[in-house]
Design a protein around this ligand. Structure first.
Ligand code: SF4
Ligand code: SF4
Length: 100
């Protein structure tokens, strides 16, 4: 439900009700991120550890294969880079604004 600017309290929906499903998808929570993961496809062994441990479910998996982070929702916590096997190091963290 969209709330129009200047709406009064009587226009607001009652608390505790979910009027529409999946509205969180519209809110790109990754936009305040300071760091971001860069996925290196050539080094990835598809162990899926990053997908398992990402607290925001922001690692994209298609056909049971990792395809990189979803930067719309990634918070830049770096957990995926930590759990990526050290031999592979298929994810590196860089500052926002830096080239990956
Ligand atoms: S940096 Fe954090 S939020 Fe982003 S993909 Fe990696 S584990 Fe998920
Ligand atoms: S943890 Fe690293 S090697 Fe494993 S799937 Fe993720 S990016 Fe690939």
């Amino acid at each position: 439900m969209k709330i129009k600017p200047g709406a009064g309290w009587k226009d607001l929906p009652a608390g505790g009700f979910i009027n529409e499903p999946a509205t969180a998808l519209e809110f790109h929570t990754g936009d305040w991120r300071a760091m971001r993961p860069v996925w290196h496809e050539d080094k990835c062994i598809q162990c899926l550890q990053c997908w398992v441990y990402c607290p925001d479910s922001a690692v994209i998996v298609r056909d049971q294969k990792v395809c990189g982070p979803n930067l719309d929702y990634c918070k830049g916590c770096g957990i995926c880079a930590k759990v990526c096997p050290p031999k592979e190091k298929a994810i590196t963290m860089i500052r926002e604004g830096e080239e990956g």
